[in-house]
Design a protein. Structure first.
Length: 260
């Protein structure tokens, strides 16, 4: 049983069902109020100096600040957040999604107080996108409603941009980036490390296969449920799950099965 399983068994009742729908609703409200009163947003941002003077609501309200005041872009942004949030809640459950978002909020808030500067929620929501990309890498979306692109390729493009800004931006930006993605590293770090080791093992096997005869070869992949390998059925696809086991697509745990 993982630490997440233990936390969920004890504190699962604290999960917030429909969390991202709540975020979408309040962000839409703030967007409307910002149109009516342009200075309204400045009362909500994560400003440590003002929080120290008693404006404690800023610890939470900054997550509802829209990143654009364009009506068309805000519609797309809110729809996208709703979409990935529902998918994450389906894969994770309300508690784990709530915990994931809360850890990102805590990291962002701590970084803001440490550097004494106003931080936005953009990287916090980017961490939600990367969690979605881990579960549904082959999900296709249409960029500008025309160009079909898999989520994993969008994730790599965004990672390249964040990587460049990390080295070119100020220290406050670097800390904000690391803080906002602390949730991603905590939740997916062990899995990423395991996958890297697994790829190294597979690479070693491939090199050994090149030296050994086919009759002495061992399979590269083996399903933990049915025991099928690429030798018994060359048409099978395999995937490593978060529990460290390898499964054929027919027996992949439901939470990690790609959507259709």
């Amino acid at each position: 049983m993982t630490w997440l399983d233990k936390l969920e068994r004890r504190f699962g009742f604290l999960g917030i069902p429909g969390l991202t729908r709540i975020l979408v609703g309040f962000t839409a409200l703030v967007f409307a109020l910002a149109w009516l009163a342009p200075g309204f947003v400045s009362m909500l941002d994560l400003d440590p100096a003002r929080i120290r003077h008693g404006e404690v609501w800023r610890l939470f309200t900054y997550i509802f600040i829209p990143q654009t005041l364009s009506p068309w872009w805000i519609l797309f942004a809110l729809w996208f957040l709703w979409w990935i949030g529902d998918a994450l809640e389906q894969a994770w459950g309300a508690f784990r999604l709530t915990l994931y978002f809360l850890v990102g909020m805590i990291g962002t808030t701590a970084a803001a107080f440490f550097f004494g500067a106003s931080f936005s929620n953009s990287m916090l929501f980017a961490s939600l996108f990367y969690a979605f990309a881990r579960f549904y890498p082959d999900q296709v979306i249409y960029v500008l409603f025309i160009l079909p692109v898999k989520i994993k390729w969008l994730a790599w493009v965004l990672a390249a941009l964040l990587f460049v800004r990390f080295f070119l931006g100020p220290m406050s930006y670097r800390v904000a980036l690391v803080a906002a993605f602390a949730n991603y590293l905590i939740f997916f770090g062990p899995e990423i490390i395991y996958e890297a080791r697994h790829r190294g093992e597979v690479s070693t096997r491939r090199k050994r296969f090149a030296r050994e005869s086919r009759s002495e070869a061992e399979p590269l992949h083996k399903c933990a449920v049915c025991g099928a390998t690429e030798l018994s059925d060359p048409n099978l696809d395999f995937r490593v799950s978060r529990d460290g086991e390898e499964y054929c697509m027919a027996h992949l745990p439901r939470a990690e099965s790609p959507t259709r």
